[in-house]
Design a protein around this ligand. Structure first.
Ligand SMILES: Nc1ncnc2c1ncn2[C@@H]1O[C@H](COP(=O)(O)OP(=O)(O)O)[C@@H](O)[C@H]1O
Ligand SMILES: Cc1cn([C@H]2C[C@H](O)[C@@H](COP(=O)(O)OP(=O)(O)O)O2)c(=O)[nH]c1=O
Length: 224
């Protein structure tokens, strides 16, 4: 689809706790947008680059202690490489980029849940991303019980090990949920779409797709 020569791509982040439905929504939106003729890139944090795959493995399957600050800096390293190697080139070629998690995940998990200083996390995130922020963030809001039962079901189906984060206790995830709720309460309302993640997948796709198409139209007009 020709979006006009000045359109500098459109960046969408999908955020929420483990099991809220980010990966499924990301796949579904990419396929809907491709069917409509848009050029898209599906990506994620952590692990979208060769460096990121190493970092993701260390973070998810660690067999040794990692200090909370070191943990954040590993996510930030993944983020810097992701922006440099995947996100910026795709936006420069006017693509629609959908990322399963971005910088707000560090604010929720390492800031609100681990207790690291949120101003410092925001500063390092800003530096790592060259201040590039999503045009739209979709927050899939869900309660802990629904999310964890989905994660356990996925784990049984694929016979995978639970990751380091998935093994965290309810108390940890409650803090992550409070974190996301606060982050999106104070963000520019125009750039956030809060969706009830307990709804069925088709309803979620319809609600998000319609919103994305509106926002893309607005950005394109502003760029003409
Ligand atoms: N809206 C939904 N309703 C019910 N189950 C869902 C929904 N979205 C995703 N799932 C299922 O829940 C599990 C976790 O979804 P997933 O997309 O992998 O979540 P995340 O990427 O946020 O961890 C998967 O087995 C998926 O098929
Ligand atoms: C990007 C990011 C992820 N994480 C955590 C959340 C997830 O448990 C884990 C990997 O993310 P992910 O693979 O998206 O897990 P899931 O699909 O189960 O939601 O890393 C952070 O703690 N900080 C971050 O900055």
């Amino acid at each position: 689809m020709n979006l006009g020569k000045n359109f500098k791509g459109f960046l969408i982040a999908i955020e929420g706790i483990d099991g809220c439905g980010k990966s499924s929504l990301s796949e579904n939106l990419i396929s809907e947008l491709n069917n409509l003729g848009f050029e898209t890139v599906k990506t994620k944090e952590p692990g979208a680059t060769p460096l990121g795959q190493y970092l993701r493995d260390i973070l998810q399957n660690r067999t040794f202690d990692i200090d909370d600050k070191a943990e954040f800096l590993l996510f930030a390293a993944d983020r810097a490489q992701h922006m440099h190697q995947v996100v910026i080139p795709a936006l420069q070629s006017n693509k629609i980029v959908i990322s399963d998690r971005m910088a707000d995940s560090s604010v929720a998990y390492q800031g609100y849940a681990r207790g690291l200083n949120i101003d410092i996390i925001n500063k390092i995130n800003d530096w790592a991303t060259n201040s590039i922020k999503p045009d739209l963030t979709i927050y899939l809001k869900i309660d802990y019980q629904t999310a964890i039962s989905r994660v356990k079901h996925r784990y049984n189906k694929n016979e995978q090990e639970l990751t380091h984060f998935e093994k965290e206790k309810e108390e940890f995830f409650k803090k992550v949920i409070t974190g996301f709720d606060n982050i999106f309460k104070i963000k520019d309302k125009d750039k956030v779409l809060i969706i009830d993640g307990t709804q069925n997948q088709n309803t979620i796709i319809l609600q998000t797709l319609e919103h994305i198409l509106d926002k893309i139209k607005i950005k394109k007009k502003l760029n003409e």
